[in-house]
Design a protein around this ligand. Sequence first.
Ligand code: SAH
Length: 271
Amino acid sequence: MTTPERPRPKFPLKLDGLVASGGARKTTLLRPQAPLQQAAVDSARAVRPSGLGLDSGDVRQRMVSRLQAAGLRHELVIAALNKVQRHLFVDTALAIQAYEDTSLPIGHGQTISKPSVVARMIELLMAGANARARQSLGQTLEIGTGCGYQAAVLAQLSRQVMSVERLKPLHDKARELLAPLRLTNIRLVYGDGMRGHAPNAPYDSIISAAGGEALPDAWLEQLAVGGRLVAPVHDAGGRQQVLVVVDRTETGYVRSVHEAVNFVPLKSGMD
Ligand code: SAH
């Protein structure tokens, strides 16, 4: 059997003309230069006052538009998410991913929560009785400051935010990251959030960024009448976490269970 002679290639070869191995029968064109062309188009389009282009409200607005497409409705929550620059709360190496809907490491085995989860939990809080009546989260307690991103979002919507963190290095980091934002209504507390924070109770809104086996009694005690608590809690089987909402009424507590979530564990004590 003879192999038909292939036409001799003309040099220089045009990259777009190269075909994948297998010759003429395979039609996939290799276009190694296409990503470079796309990158040039993207960079020409980007507004980049800081080199990464992340200071631009456009990038954030695109993130928020995606959250809206996925169901985020509350105007005030939308405005708060549009305002806070999430990339300032993660390491420079990860800043480029700051406006994707993903949780990212912030050191010490902890993560910054996904924007969609932050949005969902705050939207649930805004539907509490006091928050609905006042169009404000009012007096807010956050358990798990982490890097401080969610605290900054809560501050846009609250009279005052008390945010408790049990890891000293993260508490210090959040203080440093929040300082330039000059949000005068956030108080950062280094302590065990499982005890809540009694000095500033009662709270209209309580939100936990870490999930435990059960809701600590202190949170329920420190919730105002008309107040609402949103927290991840392990379900009865202990296999997965679910979002739990508790409303305090004149006569007691009303609890509802929502979707499955995945938060870092709520731990007692301080490190
Ligand atoms: N709020 C952050 C997410 C932080 S991750 C954001 O903006 O994305 C959850 C944080 O909860 C971790 O930093 C962890 O150290 C903290 N945490 C866990 N148990 C805690 C407790 N008992 N008291 C206070 N913070 C706690």
